[in-house]
Design a protein around this ligand. Structure first.
Ligand SMILES: [Zn+2]
Length: 138
């Protein structure tokens, strides 16, 4: 199970890195390593790149002055990554919003670690003690 998760993260990073710029296979491996702190094996990367090639997500580009192939996203591949990002973005904001509360005074959104105070028997959340103080005196 753990292995599958890591594998998915490697794939996700790989796609993001290709979205930034076209890369050689070894560049991809090096950059995934520096982002994740763990070196992916070539056995993880190359079969994945081949699947992407077969599905038209990426294509290879020969560089005249360099021997090795460069992988780049096709226009369809860029849309594919953008869709994935939207999906992840939706999950992330839904997760964060669950932990959000609103400052009872200024109405700004408070992430975890807001200031709580019970005023007239009601437990209220504020973004800061200043807002709590102002709320009480109004
Ligand atoms: Zn506030």
């Amino acid at each position: 199970m753990e292995e599958i998760k890591v594998m998915n993260m490697v794939k996700f990073f790989g796609l993001l890195l290709l979205y930034q710029s076209p890369k050689h296979g070894y560049e991809l491996i090096k950059e995934i390593e520096s982002q994740m702190g763990k070196k992916p094996s070539t056995g993880q990367i190359y079969p994945f790149l081949n699947t992407l090639l077969e599905n038209g997500i990426i294509r290879t580009k020969e560089e005249a002055d360099r021997e090795k192939k460069v992988y780049e996203l096709t226009p369809e591949g860029r849309r594919f990554v953008e869709k994935k990002l939207e999906m992840f973005g939706g999950i992330i904001s839904a997760t964060i919003e669950k932990d959000l509360s609103t400052c009872a005074h200024c109405g700004c959104q408070v992430y975890s670690g807001g200031y709580e105070e019970t005023i007239k028997g009601e437990k209220l959340t504020f973004c800061c003690t200043h807002c709590a103080g102002t709320y009480k005196t109004r």
